[in-house]
Design a protein around this ligand. Structure first.
Ligand SMILES: *[C@@H]1O[C@H](CO)[C@@H](O)[C@H](O)[C@H]1NC(C)=O
Ligand SMILES: *[C@@H]1O[C@H](CO)[C@@H](O)[C@H](O)[C@H]1NC(C)=O
Length: 190
């Protein structure tokens, strides 16, 4: 084979792999971290662990995200538990309306990418888990973009695939109270 032919082949192979990789990235809508938050030791009295909240570990790096995986009719997520009441572990009032909400109502906070600059505020989503489903309203953001600081009660940034739900959601899914915490679910816009 002529050298020029080998070079041409090499260029073609390189282009095909570059284009292929780019296509795969677009198709899978990869959501990569936008940076990292470094854990700082909470000052005394900060980071209340009463209801299983985690505190940042000093020196540990936590990925932060501005995006979440693409929403489909069957979006995979992890269901966590949150209190939306005053004095609960959810911090301040909800992002959508600056109000506290009863934990007896099925409501959720979504990771930043899914919260999508308040675009999902007051929308209902259908959550499937534990063989059941429940419709819940979006009222808050689970901040994936920052954490480990005073504003976030020294808790880590939210992962990018979280549906952080009131206890009413956990009850509706029929999960026994001792198992409330982390559950693999799917959700879609209702
Ligand atoms: C923990 O949960 C209980 C029951 O929901 C609530 O009364 C209490 O205020 C919570 N504590 C914190 C620190 O969030
Ligand atoms: C979501 O559901 C609640 C309760 O059923 C309802 O009041 C509300 O209007 C619904 N939101 C939207 C955007 O459809």
């Amino acid at each position: 084979m002529k050298t020029s032919t080998i070079i041409l082949c090499a260029v073609v192979v390189l282009l095909v792999s570059l284009v292929g990789g780019e296509c795969a990235r677009i198709v899978t809508q990869a959501c990569e971290p936008s940076g990292k938050a470094r854990g700082r030791k909470p000052p005394p009295g900060q980071c209340n662990t009463e209801n299983d909240s985690d505190c940042c570990k000093q020196g540990k790096l936590y990925p932060v995200y501005k995006c979440s995986p693409q929403v489909t009719s069957n979006t995979k997520a992890v269901l966590t538990i949150n209190s939306f009441e005053k004095g609960g572990d959810g911090g301040g009032p909800s992002e959508c309306d600056n109000q506290y909400h009863s934990d007896d109502v099925p409501i959720v906070a979504l990771s930043t990418g899914w919260f999508n600059h308040r675009q999902r505020c007051f929308n209902n989503i259908t959550i499937h888990g534990n063989g059941r489903s429940v419709v819940a309203m979006v009222v808050d953001e689970c901040d994936s973009t920052a954490g480990c600081d005073n504003e976030h009660d020294y808790q880590p940034p939210c992962p990018n695939n979280i549906v952080d739900a009131s206890k009413a959601v956990w009850k509706a899914l029929g999960v026994s109270e001792s198992d409330w915490g982390d559950l693999d679910i799917t959700w879609s816009d209702a």
